[in-house]
Design a protein around this ligand. Structure first.
Ligand SMILES: *Cc1c(COP(=O)(O)O)cnc(C)c1O
Length: 397
């Protein structure tokens, strides 16, 4: 068989060898507990400190505004539960109002569902047919009791980029009015797991109070995440223990993972401009080739889109069958997000674009990355054509 073509970088990425190299000393040599006061512990603690500074630099945040978690899911859960539970109007029902969107990652949607059970009201904003949230809709959804807005930076299925800086600006204006009345500020969280490799992460440009990033999507290790928490934003911890991470996350730190995610973020930031340009050209090439196949619809905006994402619906095709046929040719892609692929439900993101359940079933996502070459696209599209013909002839019988 020919080499494997990995086109599922939105599911996860390979760890960059430079990242692994930076992590290795923290397993067998510098294995100390960062809380220990002797040298071995101090070394580990210094490594976490350095990692925090690296991340703070990229985000142009303060060192003390960065905490490390076990991944994107935990960062999101800490941001949403931590903020909602800490800033609750305990005596009132609802306990507070939260605004999010219908196209969020399941970790946001599931957390919001649980917060509804706990007595919070949640508004799930729609997106337009291009998969973009409208700033005006966010502003109009704000109520007197709104405490938190959570909107993803870039979508994991269709790669659409949300106008985070615009929304941040609008919320800032609302908050200035609130400050005059002595009212509580609305906090703004964004899930930037998919965006972190490609987009501006400067928290003051974005106007966010909370920002989630994970290692798994930026050529870093899996199982480690970052949460940016703006000074003055108070959270209730999810994990109580030894007071690590400013008391927000008890438990001995994942030192190697923390060193790894910081290195990974540093490297993707250095390569961002060049890689974005390279992938944008490949993406255009990919879409042009696909548009010549009959009955293919492109999902999501072409302009406001991550440079590595190609998402299509193919009429009268089962996405999962196509994934398995491509797998047999050594091509890896997905029919929905990796997280919802096991649930066999049509993608909530494709449905949110106003498509039929049938369209959603025939969806394929290709997400390119550092190793993707033009010839990989050529091979993928030619195999896809063969597979589509095959699957259509089967279903026509
Ligand atoms: C992958 C992903 C997550 C979850 O991150 P984990 O590190 O797997 O917990 C959350 N949000 C988005 C947008 C993602 O792509």
């Amino acid at each position: 068989m020919s080499k494997e073509i990995y086109l599922d970088h939105a599911a996860t990425t390979a760890t960059d060898p430079k990242v692994l190299e930076a992590m290795l000393p923290y397993f067998c040599e510098n294995y100390g507990n960062p809380s220990s006061i002797y040298k071995l512990g101090r070394n580990a603690n210094a490594a976490i400190d350095a990692a925090r500074k690296t991340v703070a630099n990229v985000l142009q945040a303060k060192h003390g505004e960065i905490i490390f978690t076990s991944g994107g899911t935990e960062s999101v859960n800490l941001a949403l539960f931590g903020f909602a539970r800490r800033n609750t109007k305990r005596s009132s029902r609802p306990k507070g109002h939260i605004i999010t969107t219908v196209i969020e990652h399941s970790c946001v949607l599931e957390a919001c569902k649980t917060l509804e059970y706990e007595g919070f009201d949640v508004t799930y904003l729609p997106v337009d047919e291009n998969g973009i949230v409208n700033r005006k809709n966010v502003v109009e959804a704000v109520r007197d009791d709104t405490i938190l807005v959570s909107i993803m930076y870039a979508n994991n299925e269709i790669g659409t980029i949300q106008p985070i800086a615009e929304i941040g600006k609008a919320l800032k204006q609302i908050n200035e009015g609130r400050a005059k009345n002595g009212q509580q500020k609305i906090a703004f969280h964004s899930d930037a797991c998919q965006a972190a490799g490609y987009l501006n992460l400067k928290v003051n440009d974005l106007g966010v109070d909370l920002l989630t990033i994970n290692g798994s999507k930026i050529y870093g290790p899996k199982g480690v995440g970052i949460l940016y928490i703006r000074d003055g934003i108070m959270l209730e911890p999810l994990l109580r223990g030894g007071g690590q991470e400013k008391g927000l996350r008890g438990g001995t730190e994942n030192v190697a993972g923390i060193v790894g995610i910081a290195k990974a973020l540093e490297l993707v930031t250095l390569n961002r401009a060049v890689e974005t340009k390279r992938l944008s050209a490949l993406q255009k090439y990919f879409f042009d080739k696909l548009s010549r196949i009959k009955d293919i619809t492109i999902n999501g905006s072409l302009e406001n889109r991550l440079p590595n994402n190609v998402n299509i619906s193919i009429a009268k095709i089962e996405g999962e069958s196509a994934v398995l046929y491509l797998d047999a040719k050594g091509i890896y892609c997905s029919s929905a997000s990796a997280c919802s692929a096991s649930s066999h439900k049509p993608s909530h993101v494709i449905m949110a674009l106003g498509r039929s359940a049938q369209d959603a079933q025939g969806t394929l996502r290709f997400t390119m990355g550092r190793g993707t070459l033009k010839k990989d696209i050529d091979f993928t599209v030619s195999e896809l054509k063969i597979i589509i013909d095959k699957l259509r002839s089967i279903s026509a019988v």
